[in-house]
Design a binder for this molecule. Sequence first.
Ligand code: FE
Length: 141
Amino acid sequence: MDRYQCRCQYVYDPVKGDPTQGIAPGTPFAALPDSWVCPLCGLAKNFFVREVGKPTSEQGHPTIKVSVKCFTTLRKADTCDMGEGTEHQLFEGATVHDLVEKLDIPMEAVMLVFVNNTEVDFQTGLKNGDRVALSPKTGGM
Ligand code: FE
């Protein structure tokens, strides 16, 4: 079972659960109730990302293509531009988290993620043809 890390560096380990909130050992991250929050900083589940070092993107089969747009300070001319968006190939099963890692954008710089114009979180899986938009903490859409 995968471990998930909060922005504050707390790591949820499914082997241990979270006794401070009545979560039994052996509870996978996906099975945590929506009311569960980081026991250290209080952030909600959707701010957690799978622990670095085990990207799902390296387990699946290539390939899907997604187009990515980055707003304001997240822009990079060759990997993630505004306007039409930049196309990237990912492994099947890749998540938003995997994509942001591939783009070499610091996770904490990304505040809002949209897939096909719907706001999503970092654990959201990507499909072929998805249109992804990343927006930073500051600055407008
Ligand atoms: Fe936290």
